[in-house]
Ligand binder design. Structure first.
Ligand SMILES: [Zn+2]
Length: 110
């Protein structure tokens, strides 16, 4: 791998800033199209200045307790980016499930 690297949004193929850590992240346009499984628009943000992840419905502001979203019918996962902000990447459906996905408890006590 020499010379310039180019990276493209996996959905609309627009060029994005290359990221080794997030090789398949969605561009800002596609981020803005995220919805839940019923097509309701979602917005993602950091919980506080130091990070954290929060998903909310764009219309009501209601918090959604999930990282899953859909962009143009593609199942994606939104998450807190390492350096702040939010990263959305397509979920690899073809990847075999690792073990059993455990349901994280709503809020870990304490
Ligand atoms: Zn895009």
């Amino acid at each position: 791998m020499s010379g310039e690297t180019h990276q493209y949004c996996p959905l609309c193929r627009v060029e994005v800033t290359p990221s080794q850590r997030y090789p398949r992240y969605l561009c800002a346009d596609c981020d803005g199209k995220a919805t839940d499984e019923d097509g309701r628009p979602l917005v993602f943000s950091n919980e506080c200045f130091s990070g954290g992840f929060i998903a909310q419905y764009a219309d009501t502001g209601e918090v959604r307790d999930s990282h899953l979203c859909f962009v143009d019918g593609v199942k994606c996962r939104a998450d807190e980016a390492r350096f702040g902000g939010i990263i959305i990447q397509p979920v690899e459906d073809s990847v075999p499930r690792r073990a059993e996905q455990r349901h994280a408890p709503d809020r870990e006590g304490r």
